[in-house]
Design a protein around this ligand. Structure first.
Ligand SMILES: [Zn+2]
Length: 439
């Protein structure tokens, strides 16, 4: 049930919903595309944050902290996903505090402002940075992942204030870079000491409350063969003959597929909200010359795992040993497994359904007229650091995810309005509100 005070905020959002879209369009115009291996050499990220610093100042935020993280100086623990070699220059982090009147619970609102690359430009029928509106949808890179969420969370605070309310608890807004690559923006904010009683990340979740994400570890397998002339008859390998590394790599790839298939139904890999564990080859390199039997193949892979597991190494080694046991060459010449440092892995994370912030969000969704439900991510979000490093109960809650990372990415205007309402209710109920003295 929405009470009389909440109704005032809901009505204000309905009357002025165009402002949510206007703010989103301003954010979309900054081309904050997550960099690859090369550092950022332009000022789009810096100008985006300068714009938001002004926006937050207008909303009454104080102590606005803008800084660039140095990956080499971040604390690295197993499962923290630190990549010391990544260059985070020219991608500032912004954290601001909206001071509460006192006595309420504090809340972090976290959003990443980097967006994935555009992909094939020919696939876009809309300008990726203009925020074109058609048929009730707003188009552009980041509309749902996740500048739409950033616009909704900031406008929620704006409408609460304009309806004549002051929040009791402090609000921390965290606008972070590099979620799409390293998640080190939020990690840096956590390590700088910013904390609260709960956190909400408006990542796209199909308007459900996201409470679980899988962990991630990448790795590389190098499969060895023995070179030889491809067009000459070869003696058996035990007599010095060539061995085709591509053929041997196929055994390893079959082993990966078998492992994923086993985990699909294995009881300890099942989770009510996220898919079971997997290990999937993602990059393959091999062979040296068109008429040379290849002597080496490199297989990079992606491994994801459900909450409850932190270290897949033993399982991967066991599976690899089983593959090698069935092949005399591989038994004598086992592939080299590189799982990187455990500091580079990211552990999974989840919060319980009974956490107060989860219940607050579920009730708020219901009161906006949306069937309340939980969800989990097969991939992960910055919630891993807020949960694992800072031990803050953290949820994800945002618009439909289907068009994320795709051409013609969009969010529906109706959903952005519903999201703003849901966030406003969640913020008011979490923090507590009072009538503003000056209202
Ligand atoms: Zn995202």
């Amino acid at each position: 049930m929405v009470d009389e005070r909440e109704r005032r905020v809901m009505d204000l959002i309905d009357t002025n919903h165009r402002e949510i879209i206007d703010l989103l369009r301003e954010l979309l115009a900054f081309k904050t595309i997550t960099p690859g291996d090369q550092p950022v050499e332009h000022d789009e990220f810096i100008r985006h944050q300068a714009f938001l610093k002004q926006t937050l100042t207008n909303l009454g935020f104080e102590e606005i902290d803008v800084w660039e993280a140095d990956a080499a100086k971040l604390g690295a623990e197993p499962g923290s996903g630190v990549n010391k070699n990544r260059d985070l220059r020219n991608m500032p982090i912004l954290v601001g505090r909206l001071p509460g009147a006192g006595g309420g619970r504090s809340l972090i609102l976290n959003g990443h402002y980097d967006v994935v690359p555009l992909g094939l430009l020919e696939a876009w029928t809309r300008d990726p940075f203009a925020g074109e509106i058609a048929d009730g949808k707003i188009y552009g890179r980041g509309t749902n992942d996740m500048k739409g969420g950033i616009a909704a969370m900031l406008k929620a605070l704006d409408f609460i204030a304009r309806a004549g309310f002051t929040l009791d608890g402090d609000i921390l807004a965290q606008i972070v870079p590099d979620e799409e690559a390293s998640c080190m923006g939020t990690l840096a904010a956590c390590q700088r000491g910013y904390t609260a009683d709960a956190a909400i990340i408006p990542e796209p979740t199909n308007m459900r409350v996201g409470t679980a994400v899988r962990g991630s570890m990448g790795g590389k397998l190098t499969v060895f063969g023995r070179a030889g002339h491809a067009e000459q008859p070869q003696p058996h390998w035990t007599e010095g003959g060539a061995v085709n590394a591509i053929s041997k790599a196929m055994r390893v790839l079959e082993g990966m597929a078998e492992a994923t298939e086993e985990w699909r139904t294995q009881p300890d890999k099942q989770h009510p909200l996220v898919p079971p564990d997997h290990i999937i080859p993602t990059v393959i390199r091999g062979g040296e010359w068109a008429v040379t039997i290849p002597e080496q193949v490199e297989i990079e892979f992606d491994c994801m795992f459900v909450p409850g597991t932190n270290d897949k190494r033993a399982e991967i080694v066991e599976k690899l040993d089983a593959v090698c046991a069935n092949d005399p060459w591989l038994r004598e010449n086992p592939p080299e497994l590189d799982l990187g440092d455990p500091e580079g892995w990211i552990y999974p994370a989840e919060v319980g359904e009974d956490e107060p912030i989860v219940q607050t969000a579920l009730q708020s969704l219901a009161d906006v007229g949306i069937q309340p439900a939980l969800m989990g991510f097969g991939s992960l979000t910055d919630c891993v650091h807020l949960i694992n490093y800072s031990e803050i109960p953290t949820i994800n809650l945002g618009p439909d995810i289907e068009s994320a990372h795709s051409a013609d990415e969009f969010a529906t205007v109706e959903q952005l309005i519903d999201l703003t309402k849901t966030l406003a209710l969640s913020i008011m109920r979490w923090s507590g509100v009072r009538e503003s003295a000056s209202a």
